[in-house]
Ligand binder design. Structure first.
Ligand SMILES: *Cc1c(COP(=O)(O)O)cnc(C)c1O
Length: 394
């Protein structure tokens, strides 16, 4: 690993040794197992005395390359690739917690992460408390109990794009000896490195901007060598491994992450600016828009504002649905982080199972619209959204 190289260079150049065929681009290693030279090598690899691939549930050259690149980008020591983002969220908690332990989580979490905390972990005796993502650090500290082991959060949050103070949370975790686990999916390692502020574990859904082209489901758990050792033992035996093919796709994706994120963010900022002041739009939220309530904090910990813009249309749930039906180019999909612009109406889809009060608590109004801004020309993106706002106003 060449630590003096810049992010973009390492994303492209970090990689595996070549096979005897001297290929330039890493091939796919679709093999379930690996052969040993002799009985002694087999013994030593099983005993962890020497490194090496044994079986693709444990490790594989493609997943290793993907993880080594991600670690170089996040500034973490080690990591494990998983079959989905949710496998990463679950394993990063289940591997490090036991019955009787307590998690403090931000209230605005990805829906399935809520399900793990609310419905699955209580069956195994792991409990949690929620704190508002923007709550002052004293409120996070006040929620700590003797049995608290982990702080878990996503920043920026989905879909409200509120920002958590990573430096303050890192300091609190250090002071109270807690594991800080940050889902960095929305920002990607190009925009934000939670480990730099003290996160011990950084989790990802690689399905979103890391793939960036809407092809594969994947995740990653990155962190300190000591904690990842525990996580690796857990995933080795429980089996949420990433397929070598998907890891190969994602390793190529990382080579273009920086240039894609630059354009996603540039388009998103231009869309956010264009939406401010348009009739029919009540409010616009984007971390690097000066009107964002945590603009300074977002500027401090995020290199650029991200690829997601959230705004509120006047007229509530009906207008929101009419707006969606009036779009001509943007895709209606629950996914995000794609080359194609995707528009979502959280109140009637991703967050429809919550009550009005629960939605309000995580910053979702009936007219909230989430845009995952794609890589189309910005004039076409703004044009589509403007015309849909006009048509749906009639
Ligand atoms: C999508 C997403 C997940 C879940 O990832 P999958 O790859 O769909 O399993 C977790 N956290 C956040 C913030 C997400 O956007």
């Amino acid at each position: 690993m060449n630590e003096s190289q810049k992010f973009e260079t390492r994303a492209v150049r970090e990689g595996r040794q070549k096979t005897p065929f001297r290929e330039h681009s890493t091939p796919v290693f679709l093999t379930s197992s690996f052969v040993f030279d002799d009985a002694e090598q087999a013994r030593a690899m099983f005993a962890d005395e020497i490194p090496g691939n044994i079986y693709s549930r444990f490790s594989n050259p493609n997943t290793t390359e993907f993880i080594e690149k991600l670690c170089a980008m996040e500034g973490t020591e080690d990591g494990v690739a998983t079959a989905s983002g949710m496998a990463a969220m679950f394993a990063s908690m289940a591997a490090l917690l036991s019955a009787g332990d307590h998690i403090i989580a931000s209230r605005s979490l990805f829906g399935s992460t809520h399900q793990i905390l609310n419905s699955i972990f209580p069956r195994f005796g792991i409990t949690h408390s929620y704190v508002d993502i923007t709550a002052p650090i004293e409120q996070w500290e006040a929620a700590i109990r003797p049995e608290t082991k982990m702080l878990f959060l996503e920043t920026p949050s989905n879909p409200a794009l509120d920002v958590a103070d990573l430096e303050a949370l890192g300091a609190l975790a250090r002071k109270r000896n807690l594991i800080l686990n940050v889902d960095n999916c929305f920002a990607t390692p190009y925009l934000q490195n939670p480990a730099r502020w003290g996160a011990h574990i950084v989790t990802h859904s690689a399905t979103k901007f890391i793939d960036g082209q809407g092809r594969v489901i994947a995740g990653a758990i990155l962190g300190t060598r000591e904690l990842i050792k525990e996580v690796r033992t857990f995933t080795r035996h429980t089996g949420p491994s990433l397929s070598p093919f998907n890891a190969w796709v994602l390793s190529k994706s990382l080579e273009t992450l920086a240039v894609r994120m630059e354009r996603h963010c540039q388009n998103a900022l231009q869309l956010a600016r264009a939406l401010e002041g348009i009739s029919g739009v009540k409010s616009v939220k984007y971390p690097h828009l000066p009107s964002h309530p945590q603009y300074e904090l977002a500027r401090k910990q995020m290199k650029l504002g991200g690829g997601i813009v959230t705004f509120e249309v006047e007229g509530g749930i009906e207008r929101g649905r009419n707006f969606l039906n009036s779009l001509k180019m943007s895709s209606l999909s629950a996914n995000l982080g794609d080359t194609r612009t995707i528009v979502t109406h959280p109140a009637s889809t991703t967050h429809s199972k919550l009550t009005d009060e629960e939605r309000a608590a995580v910053g979702i109004c009936p007219g909230t619209i989430r845009v995952s801004v794609g890589l189309e020309d910005i004039t076409d993106i703004i044009g589509d959204i403007k015309q849909a706002l006009e048509v749906s106003a009639k």
